[in-house]
Design a protein around this ligand. Structure first.
Ligand code: DAH
Length: 336
């Protein structure tokens, strides 16, 4: 037999085996195919092996090499199919799973809209160079009032307007902080200017819950202390924050106001559905506050602001009642 015909036999053997194996779906069919192609007694490979003896002696080494290659290739194809069948069969049996049943969808949770808002504001402020810092929720009177130029007789310190804690007789009063302006004081006491910080956290006031009030809510506090700071810088930062958080078309307004710890002071409003909604307060840090933390008001100046996180979240998401943020109704929360 000519070597060419012998090699042609090997090629058609490999093609036929590959074609037969492709469609095999169970062990019984695989065994059938194994007997047909690789069977030791009357398999097709066996009959090709017999042809080897009919080759010219000079062609036999090459013929034998090609024969062994074809045998190895087809054997590997069989092993591959065997593994495929074993994997398909073993898994469901081992785990007791019926793979023919429809799957069960995994339900992902997500971040609460207030936390999303906090993180977004932190990102925006970070781009303007403001570092995020935290302060304690249980505060003393110095940080919540005194250092912010809110004297003892000021109505904001009324026990009915604050959550004072029970402390030992004679101990300094403590309260759940009523504003995040406390963090301004804590940061200025521990660092020197220049400063750009933002602090987002919870505050507490004994307000009756309604669509715009809740006894616990969140504020964004910002503080910038740098030489040459003016109201123009304050307005740009707040306008930038509003535009980045709500989109470029938001209208903002600054109204003259009063806070003990800023001079001059403004209230910051955003337009919503043809009406102005107050978002918080701001102003140039009062010299009395700078003195209280040991800064020289003749040499440093800066601005501060405090906004309601629920307010800006409600404005962004079109939520009419801030109590919805705290009802834990997943039908509401799932929307954000
Ligand atoms: N702490 C004030 C409040 O809770 C808001 C505020 C006003 C914060 C003016 C500031 C500020 O930093 O400069 O009503």
């Amino acid at each position: 037999m000519a070597i060419g015909s012998f090699l042609a036999e090997l090629v058609s053997f490999r093609d036929a085996a590959a074609a037969a194996l492709g469609g095999i779906a169970d062990e019984a069919a695989l065994e059938q195919a194994r007997i047909e192609f690789l069977g030791a007694r009357s398999g097709r490979l066996k009959s090709i092996q017999k042809l080897l003896a009919g080759l010219a002696p000079a062609d036999r080494p090459a013929g034998g090499r090609h024969f062994n290659e074809a045998k190895a290739a087809v054997t590997a194809l069989f092993s591959g199919v065997q593994e495929r069948l074993a994997a398909g069969a073993a898994a469901p049996v081992a785990a007791g799973i019926d793979v023919t049943l429809p799957g069960e969808a995994v339900r992902f949770g997500h971040i609460h809209p207030i936390t999303q808002t906090i993180r977004r504001v932190q990102e925006i402020m970070a781009r303007l160079g403001f570092e995020s810092v935290d302060g304690p929720e249980v505060e003393d009177q110095w940080h919540n009032f005194e250092a912010l130029a809110i004297p003892a007789e000021h109505p904001a310190r009324d026990p009915l307007d604050n959550f004072y804690l029970a402390v030992a007789r004679g101990a300094d009063p403590l309260l759940l902080r009523s504003q995040t302006s406390t963090v301004q004081i804590r940061v200025m006491e521990s660092r020197r200017p220049p400063l750009r910080i933002v602090s987002l956290g919870r505050v507490y006031r004994p307000d009756t819950a309604d669509a715009t009030h809740y006894p616990m809510f969140h504020q964004v506090e910002g503080l910038l202390i740098e030489p040459g700071t003016t109201m123009a810088h304050l307005k740009s930062v707040l306008r930038q924050l509003a535009a980045s958080f709500l989109g470029g078309d938001v209208h903002v307004r600054f109204r003259p106001s009063f806070f003990p710890f800023t001079e001059p002071s403004v209230e910051f409003d955003m337009e919503w559905g043809g009406r102005w909604i107050e978002m918080g307060g701001a102003g140039m840090v009062d010299p009395a506050v700078l003195s209280a933390v040991g800064y020289d008001p003749e040499r440093v100046s800066g601005f501060a602001f405090g906004l309601g996180v629920e307010r800006i979240a409600a404005r962004r998401y079109g939520v009419a009642d801030i109590r919805d943020f705290y009802r834990n109704d997943v039908r509401f929360l799932r929307q954000f």
